[in-house]
Design a protein around this ligand. Structure first.
Ligand code: SAH
Ligand code: SF4
Length: 371
C-alpha cells in the first residue's frame, strides 16, 4: 500500500481521473491531509463515501511514529521519529517571536562525511521518501498552538538534500501547494554542502525554493579537509555553479560559513571570502561551531565572531550570525545524530560510505555522480 503523501497534487489528480473521479478532487484531499492534518480517510467528509473507501484501499495516510520529544531551555523542540524500517530521524521546531521555523531531515544519516558534523558519523542509511519529508511538517504542526504557525522550513536537518534530489523536489512541490500548506519559495530553504551536479540541476530546473550553500572555507586545502565533497567539486566549481542562478531571481543565495577557531576564522579569511563572493547576489550567515563529542574543533570567542562579521560588513557584505538554538538537547546545527539507533555501522575514514540505494538516479555515491 502506498503512502498518499508521496504524491504531488498532479499525481493524485491523475490517479483520481484514472479511478473515475474529477482531478480537482485531489485539492480536497490535499486540504484534508495538510490543512486539516487528517490521519484517516474516513474523516474526509467532503469526499464521496466511495472515493473514501477507494483511497483507503489503495493508500495509507503516511504517519510517522513518534519516538521521543525533547524540549530545550529556549523552547526549541527536537522530535525523533522512527521510520517503518526502524531508522530514526530528527526534526527541530524553533520558536521565533510570533512564528516557528522547522528544520527537517531529508535522509536517515548522511553520506557526505563532513569532519565537523555529528550526522556524518552515522553514514547514510537511506533517502527519505517525499511523504516522510512532508510528514515531519504535519507532525510538528500538531504541536503549534492555535493562532501561531510554522512560517519557514529549512532543509537543514539530517542529510544532504541534493543527494536525494527527486524526493526533495517532490516534497517541495507538495509543501508549496496552495490547497495544502502553501509555503512560498522564500519560506523554504534548501541547504547544500555543495553537490555541484545537483545544484546545477536545481538552478536550471528553476526549483521554487531558496538556496543556502555551506561554504565554510576560502581555500581548497582547508575545505578538502573539512568537507570531502570539495575533493570532487572545489570552491571555484561550486561558485561557478552558484553564478548560474539568474540574477533577477528574487531571493539571493545565502552562504553559510561555519567558524572554527584557528581553522578558517582569521581576518585574511574574511577578506578572501568577500573577494570570492564578489559579483554574486548573496549574503553570508556565520555559524559559530556547535561542539560535538570527540571532535578536534573549537568554537571561536564571541569577540572573534563579531570581528569576522565586522570585516565582512565593512566590505559591504550583508552578514548575519546564526543564533544557535537547542544546544542543550543536541538539536543545534551539526548535532543531529538520532542516538537511539545508528542507521548503519560503517568504518570511520575520510571516504563517505556508499548509499544502499539511489532513487534519485545519481548512481550510488554522491561523489561519483557526474550530473
Ligand atoms: N547537509 C546540508 C544541510 C544540513 S546541515 C548542509 O551541509 O548544508 C546545516 C548546516 O549546519 C550546514 O551549513 C552545516 O555545515 C552546518 N553544521 C554542521 N555541523 C555543524 C556544527 N557542528 N556546528 C555548526 N554548524 C554545523
Ligand atoms: Fe551531511 Fe550536511 Fe552534516 Fe555534511 S554538514 S555531513 S552534508 S548533514
Amino acid at each position: 500500500m502506498e503512502n498518499i503523501k508521496n504524491l504531488t497534487l498532479d499525481e493524485l489528480g491523475a490517479w483520481m481521473a484514472d479511478h473515475g473521479d474529477k482531478p480537482f478532487r485531489a485539492r480536497q484531499v490535499f486540504h484534508w491531509l495538510y490543512q486539516k492534518r487528517a490521519d484517516r480517510f474516513e474523516d474526509m467528509s467532503t469526499l464521496s463515501k466511495s472515493m473514501r473507501s477507494l483511497l483507503e484501499a489503495h493508500f495509507h495516510p503516511g504517519g510517522l511514529e513518534g519516538h521521543s520529544v525533547q524540549v530545550s531551555a529556549d523552547s526549541t523542540r527536537k522530535y525523533t521519529f522512527r521510520l517503518d524500517d526502524g531508522n530514526l530521524i530528527e526534526t527541530v521546531l524553533m520558536p521565533n517571536k510570533n512564528h516557528y521555523t522547522l528544520c527537517v531531515s531529508t535522509q536517515a544519516g548522511c553520506a557526505m562525511g563532513c569532519a565537523f558534523c555529528k550526522t556524518a558519523t552515522l553514514g547514510l542509511a537511506r533517502h527519505l521518501t517525499p511523504g516522510e519529508i512532508v510528514q515531519q511538517v504535519v507532525e510538528a504542526w500538531r504541536d503549534v498552538e492555535p493562532g501561531n504557525f510554522i512560517r519557514n522550513i529549512v532543509f537543514m536537518g539530517m542529510g544532504e538534500p541534493l543527494h536525494n534530489y527527486t524526493n526533495l523536489v517532490k516534497a517541495l512541490d507538495i509543501l508549496a501547494q496552495d490547497h495544502g500548506f502553501g509555503f512560498s519559495a522564500r519560506r523554504m530553504t534548501v541547504s547544500t554542502s555543495g553537490l555541484v551536479p545537483g545544484l546545477l540541476r536545481f538552478i536550471r530546473e528553476g526549483v521554487r525554493a531558496s538556496l543556502a550553500v555551506s561554504l565554510h572555507a576560502v581555500d581548497d586545502a582547508v575545505r578538502d579537509r573539512l568537507m570531502p565533497v570539495n575533493r570532487r567539486w572545489n570552491i571555484a566549481q561550486l561558485l561557478d555553479a552558484c553564478r548560474e542562478l539568474p540574477r533577477d531571481a528574487r531571493s539571493r543565495i545565502t552562504f553559510e560559513y561555519l567558524l572554527l577557531q584557528g581553522v578558517n576564522d582569521s581576518t585574511a579569511d574574511a577578506r578572501k571570502l568577500v573577494r570570492l563572493l564578489h559579483g554574486l547576489k548573496c549574503k553570508v550567515n556565520l555559524i559559530p561551531y556547535n561542539a560535538v563529542e570527540d571532535s578536534p574543533f573549537k568554537t571561536p570567542s564571541v569577540e572573534a565572531v563579531r570581528g569576522f562579521q565586522e570585516e565582512l560588513l565593512a566590505r559591504g557584505m550583508v552578514t548575519t550570525v546564526r543564533i544557535s538554538k537547542g544546544q542543550d538537547i543536541q538539536a543545534a546545527c551539526g548535532q543531529l545524530a538520532a542516538l537511539g539507533r545508528p542507521p548503519k555501522a560503517h568504518k570511520t575514514g575520510s571516504r563517505p560510505p556508499r548509499p544502499a540505494s539511489a532513487p534519485d538516479g545519481s548512481g550510488g555515491s554522491p561523489l561519483s555522480s557526474t550530473g
